[in-house]
Structures are given as structure tokens and as C-alpha cells.
Design a protein around this ligand. Sequence first.
Ligand code: SAM
Length: 472
Amino acid sequence: MATYNPKSSHAEEFICDEEIRESLDYASRNKSNRSLIEGILNKAASLHGLSHKEAAVLLDCDIPEMNQRLFSLAREIKEAFYGNRIVLFAPLYLSNYCVNGCVYCPYHGKNRTIPRRKLSQEEIAAEVRALEDMGHKRLAVEAGEDPVHNPLEYILESIKTIYSTKSGNGSIRRVNVNIAATTVENYRRLHGAGIGTYILFQETYDRKNYEALHPTGPKSDYCYHTEAMDRAQEGGCDDVGCGVLYGLNNYRYELVGQLMHAEHLEARFGVGPHTISVPRLCPADDIDLSDFPNVLPDDIFCKIVAIIRIAAPYTGMIISTRESRKVREKVLGLGISQISGGSRTSVGGYTTPERHDETAQFDVHDLRSLDEVVDWLIGMDHIPSFCTACYREGRTGDRFMSLVKAGKIHHCCTPNALLTLEEYLMDYASPQTRSAGQALIRKEMEKVPEPVRTRALSYLDRIAVGERDFRF
Ligand code: SAM
């Protein structure tokens, strides 16, 4: 039996099944232990995060006023580290060819009903122009795993195409990549291609469950998949994005596993995950949710978001259009810092929307346009941000995290968010969004400390006359 060791490079030692089960047992024994829970919440309020075991207790906690305090704390911590900024991005699906057998994903190799498609470089450039014309600056590239149809060379060429395609004032300034686990050498090549975050969802941390859900293909190797972020770090990708696909397995097990993974990366590389995504299983072609008994309700989902926020206070949190407007509204205040908008989950879906239903990976619940999403965020007093500055200024990995931990990110993030919002408003927004957005910018600029404010105001004037791409 493996012993828990967060510094180990072996999956079964840093994601230790026995330690997870012990933590869950401890949590259920202490779910009404008021003094223990109070102590955990006080610790969280000091902004230094929580252990996986402490987080497990909060998840089980059945004292209503303690749960209320948890939610308020999540709001305060979100505000302290991320302010009211929400970064926007869109997924770009390159290919749905896949050799894996993931039983929850419509791309699984045995699905004969989904049409297979892979974009040519010309088609990628057309998709990118469509995304730039909406106002996007940040993409998450998605592809199935298929060494013949989607080898790494194809992904690298596609990244080059994306960065070099420009439409009007538009440009993609950060390409995050969500592709299958690979070798250190391939991570080195991805890093060399200038990717932002390397994203890989664990799907489930429970080895038995993982093996049942991934019966065939390279992804069926639990340890190779679970150790991928270590290899990514070794290959120079120091911004990595984790996530569990909630609904596949018992959510209590998954939350503890997720936090152990974060503790491991911090212990081994001195920097935890750059982002944690919280995808939930959706219906899709050939995928019927009634086959998945662990689908979780909205209230638990919100509690999970709040706990991740206070347990890993400086980690970005991402929610996609898998969630409805209503759920997105709830979790925005609880710790989410990035959302997708105007998304298509089909291959070629931005230029050929009619194809959407055929090749879509899953059903999108939030179908609004990017402009509608921006306007909605402004209406709730969030600052929609198209900022990509940290990564372009070399503030990645521990250089980014040390700024966030010191609470200094406000001095550059807020002005950068406001400047990129102004670019969006000038180039792409509807008249209604533009006037609401410019009022928000005036209000938020007042809060920016001097001397940054004076400089930011002068950049705003220059954006108004057509200059672009200022950053702190
Ligand atoms: N092929 C890559 C891999 O294997 O990790 C990643 C790309 S896949 C397009 C991105 C993610 O979509 C998967 O990691 C999975 O969590 C998620 N996904 C798959 N099927 C889904 C479904 N039915 N509902 C919601 N998300 C799903």
C-alpha cells in the first residue's frame, strides 16, 4: 500500500487513496464539530489556504451558519486576490479524431454517429478571424488524442497559425492548450511554441473509477495521466491548469484529490496550479446522463467552488459554457476568475455554426454572444477583462504566484483589465455595451492607485484614437 507523500513524483504516493479515504472519514466524523469548523474558517480567513483534510470537513459541514460564513469568506477572498475582474476566453476545437475510449466523451473512438473533422490551417485561420472579430484575445485549443490525425506537429503548426492570424485590430495574444498527456520533450516543444497554460483535466482521481471510465487507448494509463503536470513542469510549462469532471465519481473524493494534486505541485515545484477548472458532465451525442449516478446538484457544485476558492486562494478558477447563465451568476461571486463566452464546442463551429450540432463535444448551456456576456458582466459590476499581460511580460509560474500571494496583482491587473475592456468596447461592442462599459471604466479607474492611474488614463486616451496593446 502506498504512503502519502506530496513531494513524491509517483501518482499513487501524491494522490494517495488511503489518505483520501481517511480524510473523508475524518470529515464525516467532524461535520458538526463547531469548534473545529470555526478554527478551519479562521485559518482560511488568514488567506493562507487550507489542507485537503480541512477542506473535506467544510464540504461535509452541516451547520447552516458555518456554511453561510464559508460562502461570505469565498466572496471576500475572491475580492482580495482577484478583485471584480473576470477574464474572458473561448475554446477552439481543432479536431475531434480520438483513439481513446472515455465512456463519457462523445469523441470516444467507438462512437460511429459523430462526424469526424480536423481543421486545415486555412480553416483554423478562418476560425481565428471569426473569434477575433467577436473580440476574443485568449483561446483554449482543444483536440482529441490521435497520433495519426492530430500529432504534436499539427498542434504546433496550428498554434503558429493562430498567433500569426490578424483581423482588423484583432489578435490572439494567449493560446492555452488542452490536449492529452504527453512526454517531457513534447511539453518542451509546446512551451517553445509560446503556449499560455497547459490544461489537462484529471477527470477522476479515483484510480478504479478512472480505469473503468477509460477502458482503452493511451489515456487508460492512470499514472501516466496523473503525472502529466509533473512532466509539463519539467518541460518548462510552469502555468498548468487542473480540473475534475464533476459527475463522474463521488464529488467528496474528487475535491480532496484535486486539492492534494495542488499541494503536490506546490511541494514539488514551488507553484501550485495556475488554474483549477470546474467542468460538470453534460449530455452529448451518444452520452446519456442517466448512465452516470454521480451527477451533482447545483447547491453542492456552488459549495465546491467556494471551498476551492478559500483552500487555494491564489489559484485562478475557470467555468465554461457547460453551465447555464443562472449557475454562472451564482459562482461568479464565489471565486470564479475566468469564464468562456460565445463558445462553440464543435470543430469549425465559429465559421460554420450549422455544423455545431453534428460535431459538438457537449451541449453548451450558455448560448449568449460574447457581447451579451460582456454586457451581463458589466451589469453585475464585474470588469470583463481581455488581459493577457502577465504571460507576455514573463510573469508566469512562481513569478506570477508570488505577486498574487503578496496581493500586488491589483496594481497591474485592474488597469490592464480596464485597458483591454476599453479596446473591446471601441472595436467590437454594441452601443449599449459600450456606454455601460465606459461608465464602469470611469468608476473603476478612480480606485487605481497613483502613479499607475495617471499612466492608465493617458493610455485610455491613446486607445480612443486608435492605438492598441498597452500593458502594465
Ligand atoms: N483530449 C484531451 C484529453 O484527453 O484530456 C482533452 C480535450 S477534451 C476536448 C476536454 C475535456 O472535455 C475533457 O478533459 C473532459 O473533461 C471534458 N468532457 C468530455 N466529455 C464531456 C461531457 N460529456 N460533458 C462535459 N465535459 C466533457
